[in-house]
Design a protein. Sequence first.
Length: 134
Amino acid sequence: ADIRTQVEDSLLPGFDEVSSKTWNNAGIPGYAQFSMQRQVESGLAVALGGTYRWQSSFKTYTWLSGGYQFENGLSLMGEAGYGGYTSFQFGASAILALDQLQIQARVANIERLASSNKNLGLTTFLGIQFQFEL
């Protein structure tokens, strides 16, 4: 006798039902992003961009950010965007760029802090990059 039909909690009968010898093609999630920014030693810094994700409930997200680049390598930026998993989004970031080291802290979806909607999320990011010279 086949053990798969005798054991009540066996997963094998269910596996046999969904498995087959045919190909199943499916798209996988991914994204494409485009951005442009004005590089300055010091003064007004601006950037804009967009992100498109496929196989997702994510709406195309576009943003505009602006802020100030200080001479010591510190940059403070604010961001406003539309799309993503919600509609309007706001964020802020700080970047410290030294000779070979860059540290970035970013918070997005800060409108969540002022909303009672529990379905909104808050995004935080911390990045540390070190450039090696060969």
